[in-house]
Ligand binder design. Structure first.
Ligand SMILES: Nc1nc2c(c(=O)[nH]1)N[C@H]1C(S)=C(S)[C@@H](COP(=O)(O)O)O[C@H]1N2
Ligand SMILES: [Mo]
Length: 315
């Protein structure tokens, strides 16, 4: 991933977690919940952005972490979104020019119900969950982010993969007009990555539409991005415009770019070093010092069964 800099953490927000957690408690309280339950239908009918108004009603997902949340300020200003440039602050400064509404996603290949779906169509009537996940970048930094989204499995159920579908590939928007990194051709766009279908339907794998109670900011992959928490962050494709179900294993952008550095599976593994740096530790953004990196980013209980044999073979 080209340039590797390790700038000092940005100053943390003042008491972000306390404020945030209290807000959730209020939302989870009886009265708020009853009100929330009554509202989605009404608001959903109000217009194209109906789903946005329901993000605050997300129920707590089953796979939270009790670790300190990364301050929103850090998670939205320190980003990898190479379409917009290679500096961590490029996405924050430039992604606002990406038009994310209207948005559609083309679903192709080995599916019964393929086609081009408007985002609202994919999100209408869906209930959202909050998932507090660790995000471990292959560059050895990490965050803890409260995503709002829904299982990818739910979407796949709707489009009905055929029996030949063994992989799901994802593709990002590539618009040279608003994306300087695309314009300069710093990678072979569009950004592409893929999962095995059993990874794709794993309950931990979500499509996110929000974070910290709000719609995704453009720099974090608005309006729809993948989140696969046991894999290196580069598998979590942002601003998805296409999904393709395939029988053959798709080639991903990073393995194509540097096959000896970025594997196809890219499962987080402290025992498999990147050829140019150590992967056994990570810097949690907003913290001093380093933490131990955990096998499967700490989600081994949920996902180890997907990878029989030696975990080191799935890099
Ligand atoms: N389209 C696209 N998706 C992407 C990337 C990218 O450059 N382009 N970067 C990936 C990498 S390397 C990481 S670590 C995460 C970062 O997500 P975040 O900025 O929301 O923390 O997004 C991933 N998804
Ligand atoms: Mo990353």
């Amino acid at each position: 991933m080209g340039v590797h800099r390790y700038p000092r953490p940005l100053p943390s927000e003042i008491t972000p977690r306390e404020v945030y957690i209290n807000r959730r408690r209020v939302l989870a309280g009886g009265a708020a919940l009853a009100l929330g339950a009554a509202l989605p239908g009404l608001l959903g009918a109000a217009g194209n952005s109906g789903w946005r108004t329901r993000l605050g009603d997300a129920s707590a997902g089953p796979f939270g972490t009790d670790q300190e949340l990364t301050p929103r300020q850090n998670a939205t200003t320190y980003n990898n979104f190479f379409e917009f440039g290679t500096r961590k602050t490029d996405p924050m400064q430039r992604a606002r020019h990406m038009r994310t509404d209207p948005w559609s996603v083309s679903i192709e290949g080995e599916v019964e119900k393929g086609g081009t779906y408007a985002l609202e169509d994919l999100l209408d009537g869906r209930s959202f969950e909050e998932r507090i996940y660790r995000l471990r970048c292959v560059e050895a930094w990490s965050m803890v982010i409260p995503w709002i989204g829904f299982p990818l499995a739910d979407l796949l159920k709707r489009v009905q993969p055929t029996s030949r579908a063994k992989y799901v590939a994802f593709e990002t928007l590539a618009d040279p007009e608003v994306m300087p990194g695309v314009e300069r051709g710093i990678l072979d766009w569009p950004y592409r990555d893929a999962l095995r279908i059993d990874e794709a339907v794993h309950p931990l794998t979500i499509l996110a539409v929000g974070m910290y109670d709000d719609p995704l900011p453009p720099q974090n992959g608005a309006p729809l991005r993948l989140v696969v928490p046991w894999k290196y962050g580069f598998k979590s494709v942002k601003s998805i415009v296409a999904m393709r179900l395939t029988e053959e294993r798709p080639i991903c952008l990073w393995e194509e770019h540097a096959p000896n550095e970025y594997g196809w599976y890219a499962n987080v593994n402290p025992n498999v070093d990147h050829p140019r740096w150590d992967q056994s530790r990570e810097r949690r953004i907003g913290e001093l010092g380093r933490r131990e990196t955990l096998l499967y980013n700490g989600y081994g209980e949920e996902v180890a069964h997907l990878y029989p044999g030696d975990p080191e073979d799935y890099w």
